[in-house]
Design a protein around this ligand. Structure first.
Ligand SMILES: *[C@@H]1O[C@H](CO)[C@@H](O)[C@H](O)[C@H]1NC(C)=O
Ligand SMILES: *[C@@H]1O[C@H](CO)[C@@H](O)[C@H](O)[C@H]1NC(C)=O
Ligand SMILES: *[C@@H]1O[C@H](CO)[C@@H](O)[C@H](O)[C@H]1NC(C)=O
Length: 189
């Protein structure tokens, strides 16, 4: 009788533990908040240089309001962006409404990490290719919208992107021919 009560108690404890753990894992997952359908981009829109992708008519793209959980060393994908006027970044920077020189280390973060402008002008450290560089966050890589004029008819940003100027790629010592996409870690500087 005593044993039965004890094992029942243990079973209860165990169930509660499993439930809290799975809830935690659930909270860390970042699921799409919806989908958008690609429209045909007008002629002369969507600049395909720098590995930019253009929205395909009728194709669905996931959108995200969240990014993967942020930690002391957050895994991300580094991409390249032009922040100067008329370049592939589309409009001016979200943080100050200005264009910026690509010769300084600057970056845009996916919507979740951009955290409603809270990371504007904050410095982050980017670790990649065995090196590190400090870059200032000046823009959002919009994971919630895309395939429109404001985003140069490019798909919405993935939720795990650090989209950086060429100065960042240079500082990490990546040969120019390999600029485009690379796995990195980043943290607040
Ligand atoms: C894309 O950008 C390159 C380099 O800036 C430019 O030469 C080209 O004309 C642009 N293409 C379009 C379609 O805007
Ligand atoms: C491609 O990226 C580089 C580096 O940021 C930038 O200088 C260049 O203007 C970009 N090209 C286009 C067409 O946006
Ligand atoms: C970020 O780094 C730049 C260049 O090193 C520096 O001028 C600026 O004060 C730093 N910003 C913050 C918020 O630490």
């Amino acid at each position: 009788m005593k044993n039965k009560a004890l094992s029942f108690l243990l079973f209860l404890l165990f169930s509660v533990l499993v439930m809290t753990l799975s809830l935690k894992v659930e909270a860390q997952k970042c699921k799409p908040s919806g989908k958008i359908k690609g429209k045909k981009s007008p002629k002369d829109q969507c600049n395909k240089s720098n590995d930019s992708e253009c929205c395909k008519e009728g194709k669905y793209y996931n959108v995200y309001k969240c990014s993967p959980k942020f930690s002391a060393k957050t895994k991300a994908v580094l991409t390249i962006n032009g922040f100067e006027k008329g370049k592939d970044g589309g409009g001016p920077s979200e943080c100050d409404g200005n264009y910026h020189s690509d010769d300084i280390p600057i970056a845009a973060l996916s919507t979740g990490w951009f955290n409603k402008m809270k990371r504007c002008f904050k410095n982050i450290t980017i670790y990649g290719n065995g090196k590190s560089v400090t870059a200032m966050v000046i823009d959002e890589c919009d994971s919630t919208r895309g395939c429109d004029k404001q985003h140069d008819y490019q798909p919405p940003c993935d939720n795990n992107i650090v989209d950086a100027s060429r100065a960042v790629w240079k500082a990490l010592g990546v040969p120019k021919k390999d600029w485009g996409e690379m796995d990195i870690y980043w943290s607040d500087a």
